[in-house]
Ligand binder design. Structure first.
Ligand code: NAD
Length: 262
């Protein structure tokens, strides 16, 4: 049976394994935060879990590596990845993949198995297909509950905007390219990075983020115009119970990818 290595045992990893009752594989776990490993092991005490001391140990011992940590963890994984080709890598911090995009493309060309779950959006299969044709534009409009955005570093630098969003129902808080979206909303906008990586056209991705004071769901509208036609998808995501920043669908999509390999 294949072994699964988990890097980052926080909210999304916990959510994935809460749903994945049927996954009986041996798990290796590493997290920089010992308390979070403790919590994870306690929660899944009925699973075979072995703790590791580093990202490299996880990669070494596991057949499938699931990154559910942070952009810096992705940077570190990419430092080791060349030495461990015959593994499956599933990334969730897609901003980190975008940061290492040249290396990612090179590894994919060389046959490394690196998977990007569709996360909280639909239509990634079609987007992946149109990368073989001419893509004119990729637009993402994300509407999120204000409380899930307000902790982003962006608001600390824009005090006026902070005051404005508290006063009105809906506010456009960001409009720009995918690189700035990821930089300013590192934990909120994996969807934008996913569009960039899957389309193989980061420069075509334009992002609009709207904060809504009353909204309960995370809404993503994606419009792709290419020489194959126009694709429009809209997902209205139920936030996960434990972490409103994460859509339930994002965890399900990671699990769906994991299931292809276990
Ligand atoms: N692609 C998607 O659809 C999607 C959905 C949800 C979350 N995410 C991403 O997944 C990541 C985790 O999200 P979360 O909600 O579980 O966050 P979280 O803060 O609840 O958990 C992250 C865990 O990773 C650990 N960690 C951080 N950096 C690390 C490193 N360098 N090495 C080892 N452990 C490290 C933290 O200590 C923490 O326990 C984030 O980058 C988030 O943006 C992606």
């Amino acid at each position: 049976m294949k072994t699964i290595g988990i890097i980052g045992s926080g909210n999304i990893a916990t959510l994935i394994f809460k749903i994945a009752k049927d996954i009986k594989n041996k798990l290796y776990v590493y997290d920089v935060n010992q308390n979070n490993i403790e919590k994870f092991c306690k929660k899944f005490h009925n699973k075979k879990i072995i703790r590791c001391n580093s990202i490299e140990q996880i990669i070494k011992f596991s057949d499938i590596v699931l990154e559910s940590a942070s952009i810096t963890a992705v940077d570190e994984i990419f430092e080791y990845i060349r030495s461990y080709k015959n593994k499956v890598y599933i990334f969730l911090s897609i901003g980190g993949v975008l940061k290492n995009f040249s290396l990612y493309k090179d590894l994919i060309k060389k046959g490394y198995k690196i998977c990007i779950p569709s996360g909280a959006i639909a239509g990634c299969d079609a987007l992946s297909a149109v990368r073989f044709t001419k893509i004119k534009s990729i637009q993402l409009k994300t509407i999120k509950p204000l409380k899930t955005l307000i902790t982003a570093p962006y608001f600390k630098q824009n005090k006026n905007l902070y005051n404005k969003v508290l006063k009105q129902k809906q506010t456009i808080v960001f409009h720009g390219n995918v690189y700035d979206a990821v930089k300013n909303f590192p934990q909120n906008i994996n969807v934008a990075a996913t569009l960039a990586v899957v389309s193989n056209n980061p420069d075509k991705v334009k992002v609009t983020i709207i904060a809504d004071k009353d909204l309960k769901n995370n809404i993503h509208e994606v419009t792709v115009v290419s020489s194959a036609g126009k694709i429009f998808t809209r997902t209205e995501n139920i936030p996960s119970e434990d972490n409103p920043k994460t859509s339930y669908l994002a965890a399900l999509s990671a699990l769906s990818v994991l299931h292809q390999f276990v």
